[in-house]
Design a protein around this ligand. Sequence first.
Ligand code: IDP
Ligand code: MG
Length: 152
Amino acid sequence: MSANEERSFIAVKPDGVERGLVGEILRRFEARGFKILALQLVHPSKELLGEHYKDLAGKPFFPKLLAYMQSGPVAAFVIQGKGAVKIGRAMLGATNPQDSAPGTIRADFALDIGKNVCHGSDSVESAEREIALWFPAGLKPYTRAVDAVIYE
Ligand code: IDP
Ligand code: MG
């Protein structure tokens, strides 16, 4: 996979969907130049979430996190483009919105760590794992003419 084809898994969590932020969040990634490679509203099972957040299984907030993530649909999408993982995390902002830099999604739309509106993969390996988990049917690549004006 070339550098311009790096992928990240991004999700608008149930609070973000409920608050009508799906369009705004998608818009930011589209405006930055990323290609939307997959897009789906998902009602995640406990099993899917347990796998998605398996590294956090021992944390005291884990049960609350799963309940939060099952409180409504999640808008799951995959972005593709140069620096998708690192830039995706930067655009989301720090996990705790109290610490997120102004201009990031969490700073602009959230106040509490347990209602922080969005998820983004933390590494290329996590991204591939999460994409396979949330989009088990796989992704269908496509070309965009606009990439010729986005990349040098
Ligand atoms: P990340 O979403 O920025 O990658 P993680 O540490 O992977 O942060 O935690 C996953 C999610 O779990 C966070 O986005 C947040 O919703 C929730 N979370 C993390 N730490 C806490 C906490 O201390 N209290 C409540 N919820 C938390
Ligand atoms: Mg994480």
